[in-house]
Write a protein that binds this ligand. Structure first.
Ligand code: MG
Length: 188
């Protein structure tokens, strides 16, 4: 089994009068995050971590900020593309850890909602999603939200790839098992 690690980073400036969306969850706050999309700094960092793990580029190479299609976009769309990329490369997510740095709002009261949403988007258990936040002590970045993400991937076992393919074409389970046990058609 092969494993890959990925790292992502992002920052967005706070802006008055726009909704605050972090980790796919809308949070009550006086300011939101400026950006071409919904400004979801956490999902952007996670998207880059996933893409980085399979060396597939970064969020900007798939969704250029110059493209008007992504104006105000739900960042879950970006994450879904990154998930497609890792699956196409033959990997799935083991676990994710994140740290945000922001002066306000406090993340702890919302952390469980964020974990649940991010776990759903990545198709993993909530216990495999770390959501942490710190205040920007001494960094002078009170007007920004910053996010770091690291993700661990493992290669999808051949058996589960065959099972999925079998379901897709409507082949019976026993036939798949016999192929796995028989080691294919024996000509190799
Ligand atoms: Mg961003």
């Amino acid at each position: 089994m092969s494993m890959r690690i990925g790292y992502g980073y992002d920052s967005h400036e706070f802006k008055a009068g726009v909704p605050l969306v972090i980790g796919g969850v809308k949070l009550e706050h006086t300011h939101g995050l400026a950006g071409h999309s919904d400004g979801d700094v956490l999902l952007h960092a996670i998207t880059d971590a996933l893409l980085g793990a399979v060396a597939a580029g970064d969020i900007g190479s798939f969704f250029p900020p110059s493209d008007p299609r992504w104006k105000g976009a739900d960042s879950a769309v970006f994450l879904a593309e990154a998930m497609r990329q890792i699956e196409a490369a033959g990997y799935r997510v083991v676990n994710l850890d994140t740290t945000m740095i922001l002066a306000a709002p406090k993340i702890v009261p919302h952390a469980e909602r964020l974990r649940a949403r991010v776990a759903e988007l990545l198709g993993i258990e909530r216990s495999c999603v770390g959501i942490k936040a710190k205040t920007p002590e001494g960094t002078g970045t009170d007007n920004a939200a910053i996010a770091h993400a690291v993700v661990l991937l493992e290669s999808i076992p051949l058996e589960s790839m065959l099972e999925e393919a079998a379901v897709a074409v409507g082949v019976e389970d026993e036939q798949v098992s016999s192929v796995i046990e028989g080691g294919g058609n024996g000509r190799h």
